[in-house]
Design a protein around this ligand. Structure first.
Ligand code: CMC
Length: 424
């Protein structure tokens, strides 16, 4: 909807208002009209697309999926339901949810030859490295769902990716510890099946602990989608060239791995363990504030949230609940709570509006469940696959979709003549 216009250099540019959130100046004709580009490295003021999936108000600490607040979804919904919501616009009826869950369960197995592919990795490979490789390789196995112009094939690829990600993640873990791969058990829930494939062994029956299952499901919900973050934008950019869905999601996984993004959960727990005890916190706070030290408080700060990250609020509460229910007393949780308190009272963090983000408490829960830190970002990728495929589908269905092709402010040499090597 165009409400008004912005006049620049004698030309009007439409100002569009979304259903909620800041207005957006549509500058698509700016270059044609003026020969000028806009300059916004890091996209701090740029809406890269139109989307109806997720809304964030970073000043108010609000996160909505298709209008539903994240805390309500985390407390009352399930990961399968949130996946359905993101892919299909509305919450499912009971029958729709059953059908969707059944459909996903029918895609949980991996092509048998992929097990051989795993064996090509070194045992000490980081599971994110394995995941990037295996997900990219899916396009070599599932040729019947790579035609992106066919909505049915797009949906099959989306279901496959959501369904196979737990199998891929669990196999990456099993490979790293030298245990046999476990086939999926479709009588279990999405999350229960993942836990069994990860922690079960063929020699024994595995009982899914409902406390762990519910905590894991909550973590998946909290990571399902997050608007146009770096990895989602990577998936969209890769997809804009017409690349197949498996290649696009592999690109998203690669981007997520960085410590400024999804890799922060691994880095945050490593940091909390390194701090070790509350007395050492001031030393680390001082390092985080020191301009000459590259150290940052991992799990702190966010590009969009300048108040609090609502996901961190849910996880902070869940961390205590889960540890209590599992009867685990982890000094890392005490260090995390103390660090949060000290940082929030510190002028540096207050002025820069740095608050705990989703990665600050998730590691404490994942560690209590039994995951090594190297698996943390893999779990983030597993859950975020839902958002990636939903955003990718939304983009491909958009009639205004074009290949993503940013321009630049060129500051290199102007044209000059080539000089032969013996004359240089
Ligand atoms: N510790 C210490 N100082 C920080 C931190 C931190 N964690 N985060 C930001 N700052 C400072 C930064 O040095 C800068 O100071 P100055 O203005 O004096 O140069 C200022 O705050 C703004 O930081 P920025 O890097 O310009 O902000 P950004 O929006 O580009 O970066 C961020 C956001 C998340 C990359 C950053 O806060 C960070 O590196 N945090 C630690 C990593 C982390 O926890 N990442 C997970 C993000 S949430 C999960 C996800 O979406 O993947």
């Amino acid at each position: 909807m165009t409400d008004s216009t912005l006049n620049f250099a004698g030309k009007d540019y439409p100002v569009r208002q979304g259903s909620v959130g800041p207005e957006v100046v549509d500058i698509r004709k700016l270059y044609a009209n003026t020969g000028m580009f806009t300059y916004d490295p890091g996209f701090t003021s740029t809406a890269s697309c139109e989307s109806g999936l997720t809304y964030i108000d970073g000043d108010a600490g609000v996160l909505l999926h298709r209008g539903y607040p994240i805390d309500q979804l985390a407390e009352q919904s399930s990961f399968m339901e949130v996946a359905y919501l993101l892919l299909n616009h509305e919450l499912p009826s009971k029958a729709e949810l059953e059908k969707f869950t059944y459909t996903i369960s029918r895609h949980t197995m991996l092509h048998e030859q992929l097990a051989t592919f795993y064996r090509g990795f070194r045992r000490d490979a980081h599971p994110m490295a394995i995941m990037c490789g295996v997900v990219g390789a899916l396009s070599a196995f599932y040729h019947d769902s790579t035609d992106i112009s066919d909505p049915h094939q797009r949906m099959v690829a989306s279901h496959r990716l959501i369904a196979k990600m737990p199998t891929i993640a669990a196999m990456a873990y099993k490979y790293s510890i030298g245990q046999p791969f476990l086939y999926p058990d479709n009588s279990l829930s999405y999350t229960g099946n993942f836990l069994r494939m990860t922690f079960g062994v063929p020699a024994e029956a595995y009982e899914v602990d409902p406390v762990i299952e519910s905590a894991m499901d909550k973590i998946f919900i909290l990571h399902a989608d997050h608007e146009q973050n770096a990895s989602t934008s990577t998936v969209r950019l890769a997809g804009s060239s017409g690349a197949n869905p498996f290649a696009c999601i592999a690109a998203g996984i690669a981007c997520l791995w960085g410590p400024a993004h999804g890799g922060a959960n691994e880095a945050a727990l490593n940091m909390l363990r390194e701090i070790g005890r509350p007395e050492r916190i001031p030393e680390y706070i001082a390092r985080a504030k020191d301009k000459n030290d590259p150290f940052r408080l991992m799990g702190f700060g966010h590009r969009v949230y300048k108040n609090f990250d609502p996901r961190a609020k849910v996880l902070s509460k869940a961390a205590t609940e889960v540890l209590d229910k599992l009867g685990i007393s982890d000094p890392v949780l005490d260090t995390a709570r103390e660090l949060e308190q000290i940082a929030l009272k510190d002028d540096y963090f207050a002025e820069k509006k740095l608050y705990p983000n989703v990665d600050f408490y998730s590691g404490v829960i994942l560690s209590a469940i039994g995951f090594p830190t190297t698996m943390f970002t893999v779990l983030f990728a597993l859950a975020r696959t839902v958002g990636w495929v939903a955003q990718w589908n939304e983009m491909i269905s958009d009639p205004d979709q074009k290949i993503g092709r940013p321009r630049q402010l060129y500051t290199g040499p102007t044209q000059r003549d080539y000089v032969a090597v013996d004359k240089r």
